[in-house]
Write a protein that binds this ligand. Structure first.
Ligand code: PMP
Ligand code: GLU
Length: 397
């Protein structure tokens, strides 16, 4: 039969990208949609980084780059990780990839054997579970709802670990909730992990610099687990460079070597021009990072204030990233014009059709009963979107 592989048949489409696509189609058809679905900074890449990209073209950075990335970039990343996390890496422990997404998938494919268990606190970003599927691993979810600020407890972590556990995948600040684990909370999880020396830790720290708590601890900063922790980060969120596609892993040398082998057969080194721009991001002034973070914090305050005032939405106060993850189950069973809302997917579609606001169903992040709003958009859009959401929700009886 002419059909795609079982592997791809089993794969779900990225719901964040699908919802964003839907909203772009509606906009192209002339509908005034406010897109709170996709999570990407609305800022332009800072000028000094763009200039470095242009210069790389003029300087003929047009050849294949080394598979793990230019040495100069890996040195710049190592210096940045030392300065921000206090963790020392040799450049050989760093592999640059086509976005944090590829870096994550590289590590999962390099570490997980068929049948291995991967522990994922949920809600979690849409792609983790699908990447584990690609590796033929088994996802073990650890749910943490809004009552616990979407953060798992040490007891939950211990209960999820079995002799088959290969990997624990952490994400702080979190997509889709914006929750940030404090140093003490991470230490409590590390105290559990140190009892399981066979378990690797994959820490997605892509939102590290969009953090409103004033302090940050990388999972790799805990000596108890440092030799089995792989950190993921990149320029997409901190430097508003989603389209440049540069992310990286930093971790044990043996993992970096495995990832390099995989990437060498699969994509080769990432774009040489984008790498030179990323180098400028890491070596240049970090003022732009702080300015964008301050803007996100202001918007966080605005969206929390406006959404808290909408009857039926249950919200907490996210401490990082640019997402709000309200609980919406009070609307289930209600209807408007004969349209019944049975779950958060129905509600997200209702908000798109009725309020022309694009959000994402929480089920895509493995926690039904919620929707995700990305507030990486202008204050004006946030105000208009919240007003429209309030109006549409008030119609549900
Ligand atoms: N991890 C998380 C938690 C994300 O939200 C994203 C953004 N899509 C990524 C990884 C991937 O980032 P990149 O755009 O660098 O591939
Ligand atoms: N991080 C973004 C999101 O969650 C980008 C889309 C994606 O890559 O899934 O919306």
């Amino acid at each position: 039969m002419l059909e795609v592989s079982k592997r791809i048949q089993a794969l779900a489409q990225s719901q964040t990208l699908a919802m964003s696509q839907k909203s772009n189609e509606l906009r192209a058809a002339g509908v005034d949609v406010i897109n709170l679905s996709v999570g990407e900074p609305d800022f332009h890449t800072p000028d000094h980084i763009k200039e470095a990209g242009k210069k790389a073209i003029d300087d003929n950075f047009s050849f294949y780059s080394p598979v793990p990335g230019f040495m100069s970039l890996r040195k710049a990343i190592a210096a940045n990780l030392l300065a921000t996390n206090g963790v020392e890496y040799a450049p050989e422990q760093i592999v640059v990839s086509g976005g944090a997404k590829q870096a994550l998938c590289n590590v999962i494919l390099s570490l997980v054997n068929p049948g291995d268990e991967v522990v994922i606190p949920t809600p979690a970003w849409v792609s983790y579970v699908e990447m584990v599927k690609l590796a033929e691993g088994v996802t073990v979810t650890v749910p943490a709802a809004i009552e616990q600020n979407f953060k798992i407890t040490p007891e939950q972590l211990r209960a999820a670990i079995t002799p088959r556990t290969r990997l624990v995948l952490m994400c702080s600040p979190s997509n889709p909730t914006g929750s940030v684990y404090s140093h003490a909370e991470l230490q409590a999880l590390v105290d559990v992990l140190k009892d399981y020396p066979e378990v690797m830790v994959l820490s997605d720290e892509i939102y590290q610099h969009i953090n409103f708590t004033g302090s940050y601890t990388s999972m790799a900063a805990f000596p108890e687990i440092a030799d089995r922790t792989v950190v993921i980060n990149g320029v997409s969120k901190a430097y508003a460079m989603t389209g440049w596609r540069i992310g990286f892993m930093a971790g044990p040398l043996w993992v970096a070597k495995a990832v390099t082998k995989l990437q060498g057969q699969y994509t080769s080194g990432s774009s040489s021009i984008a790498q030179k721009a990323a180098e400028a991001a890491y070596t240049g002034s970090q003022d732009c990072v702080h300015e964008m973070c301050a803007a996100f914090r202001r918007r966080r305050d605005l969206v929390v204030e406006l959404c808290s005032a909408i009857p039926g939405l249950k919200v907490n106060c996210p401490e990082g990233a640019f997402y709000l993850f309200p609980e919406v189950s009070s609307f289930f069973g209600k209807s408007y014009n004969g349209r019944v809302i049975n779950n958060a997917s129905d509600l997200a579609m209702y908000l798109l059709d009725e309020a022309h606001v694009a959000t994402v169903d929480g089920a895509a992040f493995c926690l039904p009963g919620y929707i995700r709003l990305s507030y990486a958009t202008s204050d004006d859009n946030i105000r208009r979107a919240c007003a429209r959401i309030a109006e549409a929700l008030a119609k549900l009886k």
